[in-house]
Ligand binder design. Structure first.
Ligand code: TYD
Ligand code: MG
Length: 514
C-alpha cells in the first residue's frame, strides 16, 4: 500500500514541496514551509448539499436583468465603515478585515455588530419583529472577555448572538437556517479549522478551506460575512494570498502606535471604490468616528492665521529641532490632499541636516521614499539647491500615508523651508505635482481642496496654474491663490533673492544656478 506522503506547503504562496527547505523557490519567502498531510477525498464540501454528485447538468443562462434584484445594502450606522464599504454592506458578500494585533479589529466589529442589532425598542418599526440580526463568533477570546469589552463599549443591550467556536462544521450547522442573522463576524479566520483536514488551524490549507466553506454559506444564506485576518510581520494578511481573491472586499485597519486614531482602508472592493478611508479615534469607550479628519491631522500645529501661542504639543518631538521664526515652524507645509471623495489636510514635515555619514540618510514616514529621491533630484538639478547631499527626514504628521502625486509640491515646500530656514506661512496650503523638468503640473479636485482649506481658516494656496477655470475667490471669498508653473517660483516665494530677513545661511549653497 502506498503511504500517504507528507508534503511541505509554503504558508505565503501555497507552493508545495516534497522536502523541507529554508526558502520557498516560488515566492522567495524564508522559513515559510510547514508540513501538511494530504487531504483524504475531494476538496471542500462538508455538507452533502454543497456537492453535486451527478455528472453535471447544463446551465440555465439568464439575462442581465431579472425579477429578483439583490437586496439593498445594509447600513451599519457607523458612517465611516459604511463609506469604506461603498455605502453599506452588501448582503451575501464576504469582507476580510486585516490589521496588526491590538489595532482594534475586534472592537470595531463588535461595535458594528451591535449597531446592526440595536435593542428591540430602538429598532425602526419595520424591523421590530425580526430575529436578532448580528452574530459574533470568536475563536480567539473567551465569552467573558467579549462581554467585558461589550460592557466597556456600552452595547450590552444589543440582542446580538455571541459564541466562542472554532470548528467550521459547528458554525455551518448553526447558521445554515432560514433565519440567519444579517451580519456574521468570524474573529479570526486563522483560528478556524475544518475537521476533515489534518493540518493545524492557521495553516494555508485550513485557512483556505475554512474561508471557502463560510463564504459559500454566506452566499447561499445571503448574510454579510466579516472575517478577521491576522497580519504577518511584513504587513500582509497571514495565510494564502488566495484568501484575498476569495472575498469580495479587503479592508485594512491601520494606525501608528502611540497615535489615537485608526484608519480603515479598502484595498479591494467588488462593490465600490477603493480609495475611500474611514477615520476613527480609539477612546476609552471604543472607537469614535472622526467626521472631520483634517482638524485631527492638523491638531498640534499653530492654527491657520494665528501665531503659535496655543500650540497643543501632541507631537512635540519634531518641533524641538526646528527653529521657528515668528511662531512658524521651518520645514513644515500643509498639504491639501484628497482621500477618495473627501479632502483631507495634513502636515508634511521635513528635517534637513548635514550628513555625518558617507551616504546621506533618508527616513520617510507616510510617503514614498522613491518619490522623495525624485523631488530632491529635481530640486538639485533644476533649481541649483543641494538638498540631496544632506540627511533628510520626512514625516507625514498623524500617521496618515499619502499616495497622491499632488503631495509633491508640499514635500518640496517642506524641504526648501527646512533647508533655507524660512517657514511656509501658517495660513497657506500647498499642492501640485512636480515633473522631472521642475514644472508644476495641475492636479484634480482643486475646488474641493480649496474649500476644505478655507473652511479650516487657511487663506492662501500655493498651487499649479489652472487655465480657464473659475477663480479661487469664487470658491471662498478672501481666499488667495498663488499659482506656480515651476519650482523656481516656489523657492522665490520662500526665500526671495532680496529677502528682508537678510542673507541665507552661508553653510548651505542655496544660490540659484544661472
Ligand atoms: P482589539 O479590538 O482587541 O484589537 P485586535 O482585535 O485588532 O487585536 O483592541 C485592543 C486594543 O484597543 C487594546 O490595546 C485596548 C484598546 N481599547 C481601547 O483603548 N478602548 C476600548 O474601549 C477598547 C475596547 C479597546
Ligand atoms: Mg482581536
Amino acid at each position: 500500500m502506498v503511504r500517504a506522503q507528507a508534503r511541505f506547503v509554503c504558508q505565503q504562496c501555497a507552493a508545495m514541496y516534497p522536502k523541507w527547505t529554508g526558502r520557498c523557490d516560488s515566492c522567495g519567502a524564508w522559513n515559510s514551509l510547514i508540513e501538511e498531510l494530504p487531504r483524504e477525498g475531494p476538496p471542500g464540501g462538508i455538507g452533502k448539499r454543497t456537492l453535486d454528485r451527478r455528472s453535471g447538468r447544463s446551465l440555465g443562462f439568464v439575462g442581465l436583468t431579472g425579477p429578483s434584484m439583490l437586496p439593498a445594502r445594509r447600513q451599519t450606522g457607523i458612517v465611516e465603515l459604511d463609506r469604506v464599504c461603498g455605502g453599506g454592506l452588501v448582503p451575501g458578500s464576504a469582507i476580510l478585515v486585516g490589521g496588526d494585533p491590538g489595532i482594534g479589529k475586534s472592537t470595531l466589529l463588535l461595535q458594528a455588530a451591535a449597531a446592526i442589532a440595536p435593542p428591540t425598542e430602538e429598532r425602526p418599526a419595520e424591523l421590530k419583529e425580526r430575529h436578532p440580526t448580528a452574530a459574533y463568533i470568536t475563536g480567539e477570546e473567551a465569552i467573558d472577555q467579549v462581554r467585558m469589552r461589550a460592557e466597556r463599549l456600552g452595547v450590552t443591550a444589543s440582542p446580538m448572538l455571541l459564541a466562542a467556536a472554532s470548528n467550521v462544521r459547528d458554525i455551518v450547522a448553526s447558521l445554515d437556517r432560514e433565519d440567519t442573522p444579517d451580519l456574521v463576524v468570524v474573529d479570526s479566520i486563522q483560528t478556524m479549522y475544518l475537521d476533515t483536514l489534518d493540518s493545524a488551524p492557521g495553516t494555508v490549507s485550513q485557512v483556505r478551506a475554512a474561508a471557502q466553506e463560510l463564504i459559500r454559506l454566506a452566499k447561499r444564506r445571503g448574510f454579510v460575512l466579516v472575517l478577521v485576518g491576522h497580519v504577518t510581520k511584513e504587513g500582509v494578511i497571514a495565510g494564502p494570498r488566495v484568501l484575498e481573491h476569495m472575498v469580495d472586499t479587503v479592508l485594512y485597519f491601520e494606525g501608528e502606535r502611540g497615535h489615537q486614531f485608526r484608519i480603515l482602508r479598502a484595498v479591494k472592493n467588488r462593490f465600490g471604490a477603493t480609495d475611500e478611508i474611514g477615520v476613527f479615534e480609539m477612546s476609552d469607550r471604543g472607537l469614535v468616528e472622526v467626521s472631520n479628519p483634517s482638524a485631527l491631522f492638523l491638531a498640534g500645529r499653530p492654527a491657520a492665521g494665528h501665531q503659535a501661542s496655543g500650540v497643543v504639543g501632541a507631537d512635540g518631538e519634531e518641533d524641538e529641532g526646528a527653529e521657528s521664526s515668528g511662531g512658524q515652524i521651518n520645514g513644515s507645509a500643509v498639504f491639501a490632499g484628497m482621500e477618495g471623495t473627501r479632502p483631507v489636510l495634513v502636515e508634511v514635515q521635513a528635517l534637513v541636516a548635514p550628513t555625518v555619514l558617507g551616504t546621506p540618510r533618508r527616513a520617510v514616514v507616510g510617503w514614498d521614499g522613491t518619490r522623495l529621491a525624485m523631488i530632491t533630484a529635481v530640486l538639485d538639478a533644476r533649481c541649483g539647491l543641494s538638498v540631496g547631499a544632506n540627511d533628510i527626514y520626512l514625516n507625514v504628521a498623524g500617521g496618515l500615508r499619502i499616495v497622491e502625486p499632488a503631495a509633491d509640491l508640499a514635500v518640496a515646500a517642506a524641504l526648501v523651508s527646512a533647508l533655507t530656514e524660512r517657514p511656509v506661512p501658517a495660513d497657506t496650503v500647498v499642492f501640485g505635482e512636480i515633473a522631472l523638468s521642475g514644472d508644476i503640473r495641475p492636479v484634480g479636485h482643486t475646488e474641493s481642496r480649496l474649500k476644505e482649506a478655507a473652511k479650516l481658516g487657511f487663506t492662501e494656496a500655493w498651487m499649479p496654474i489652472r487655465r480657464g477655470k473659475r477663480s479661487e475667490a469664487a470658491v471662498a471669498p478672501g481666499f488667495k491663490a498663488a499659482p506656480m508653473s515651476h519650482l523656481m517660483e516656489l523657492i522665490e516665494h520662500l526665500a526671495p533673492a532680496r529677502s528682508p530677513l537678510g542673507p541665507l545661511p552661508r553653510q548651505r549653497r542655496i544660490g540659484v544656478a544661472s
